[in-house]
Design a protein around this ligand. Structure first.
Ligand SMILES: [Cu+2]
Length: 115
């Protein structure tokens, strides 16, 4: 009986996970500084995205989003469009060229001083 209940519980858990809903995932976004952080987090201000936070230290973005409204790929594309490499997507070169010097993560590390 106990086994049956456990099995039923496991099946329930699996089916709940398979349903669409709010998903939290992490992916790498290249960037340098606090300005990058603002740019990246604002880029992810999209319909279906609950919250995205990015750490300049770890270069990891953590995003919670409604999978029935938006996909992780779309979120990564929105960030890449701002010039930041996001997950498997290469940051837009034109947008990258317009980034402040401090944010050009392909060419330089950000100095601690602002601007
Ligand atoms: Cu920056």
């Amino acid at each position: 009986m106990r086994t049956l209940i456990l099995t039923a519980f496991c099946l329930y858990t699996i089916s709940t996970k398979a349903q669409v809903g709010v998903i939290t995932e992490t992916f790498t976004v290249k960037g340098n500084c606090e300005q990058c952080k603002d740019r990246i987090e604002n880029a992810a201000d999209l319909k279906g995205v609950k919250v995205l936070t990015w750490s300049p230290k770890t270069k990891i973005a953590t995003v919670s989003y409604s999978s029935d409204k938006i996909s992780l790929n779309q979120i990564e594309e929105a960030i890449a469009a701002k010039g930041h490499d996001a997950g498997p997507i290469h940051g837009n070169d034109k947008a990258y060229s317009k980034l402040p010097k401090c944010c050009k993560y392909r060419d330089a590390k950000c100095e601690e001083s602002k601007n």
